[in-house]
Design a protein around this ligand. Sequence first.
Ligand code: FES
Length: 143
Amino acid sequence: MAPAPKFYSDCATTEVHWCREAPLLRPPLVRGKQDSLMSEPFRPYEKLVEITILGKKFQVPERNSLLRCFQFISPETIPYGRFCWNQECQYCRVSCQLPDDDESREMLSCKFIVMPGMEVTELSQELKWCLRSKLPSDLAVPK
Ligand code: FES
């Protein structure tokens, strides 16, 4: 069953309506209960944390899955990737170096909650494709 459309109050008109373009919008920081509707599809957050993806630094919302953080970075592509968002497809697999780890580890970005200072060292082909315009231009992206 397709998920119900979400209501967003920051659309261009003042009328109450269902907005299909809403997932493309970057939500504002959540400050109050009423604003929490505007934070979707992100979990409520109060600050951004810095992570590194293939050597490039990004600010992403705390308390969100790494895949949601990728969506924050690239809202125009990640929602249209072939991601199941529930640990089945494996298209979101990454390798990461966590601040307290000696070695990098593989993980599913739809499951792992972002940690400040984490470094993503490898991306799946699907993620490379979706993030290609945000990452270093010498990155080999499959066609
Ligand atoms: S998005 Fe499918 S396993 Fe993570």
